[in-house]
Design a protein around this ligand. Structure first.
Ligand code: AP5
Length: 186
């Protein structure tokens, strides 16, 4: 099964991805985590990505797409994969569809986590990651509205989108996600 999580910063993509991947025994691919690992290891990709991440901008599509293409080609993804934080622009969604098409695969479920902005800001300020300053959070939210939210229509038009209310306890949200997954993958 191939699942895509879409949601603004702080909507719980990483938290819920961990739970769902354990439940389904599928691989969790988080582009944010991959970039943070590259930054920590001081790789060339990490150096390139860091300036964008610190400003709350999206890392350029071609860097993200080649990183994901490499990861998706790894054997653990053959038994299923959850993409957390990718795609987040229309060109990324189109590139993903092309990659999957070449393998005879497709996105089975695009799951939107919907959370009120005030709740998002409170969650992120409480977490204190380097890109969780108030100014960067506001910019990340704007980038989400402008560049990522058009993906909702992209997946809706293809019949792949489901939305859950991400403003509950972690377990309540997990239960809603399980219900959506069960419908797609009985
Ligand atoms: P990324 O790491 O993906 O960050 P993000 O999308 O901003 O999302 P967050 O990690 O902030 O939040 P989340 O939705 O995963 O929520 P979480 O579970 O952590 O990306 C970082 C940067 O990398 C981007 O800004 C961009 O620069 C770059 N990047 C990444 N992917 C890219 C791409 N495809 N293209 C271009 N650039 C890309 O939860 C947040 C907090 O809330 C936690 O403290 C958690 O404990 C808490 N929480 C979670 N659920 C609940 C709940 N139900 N109730 C209460 N608290 C909760």
């Amino acid at each position: 099964m191939l699942v895509v999580f879409i949601g603004p910063p702080g909507s719980g993509k990483g938290t819920q991805a961990n739970q769902l991947c354990q439940h389904l025994s599928i691989t969790h691919l988080s582009t944010g985590d991959m970039f943070r690992a590259a930054i920590q290891d001081e790789t060339e990709l990490g150096v390139q990505a860091q300036e964008y991440i610190n400003r709350g901008e999206l890392v350029p599509d071609q860097l993200v797409v080649s990183m994901v293409a490499g990861a998706l080609g790894n054997p653990p993804c053959n038994s299923g994969c959850l993409l957390d934080g990718f795609p987040r622009s229309l060109p990324q969604a189109e590139a993903l569809d092309q990659m999957l098409d070449a393998e005879g695969k497709k996105v089975d479920l695009a799951l939107e986590l919907n959370v009120d902005e005030k709740v998002l800001i409170d969650r992120l300020l409480a977490r204190k990651r380097p890109d969780d300053t108030i100014d960067t959070i506001h910019h990340r939210l704007q980038v989400y509205r402008e560049q990522t939210s058009p993906l909702l229509n992209y997946y809706r038009e293809r019949g792949q989108l489901r939305t859950v209310n991400g403003d509950g306890t972690v377990d309540e949200v997990h239960q809603q996600i399980l219900a959506e997954v069960a419908e797609k993958n009985p």
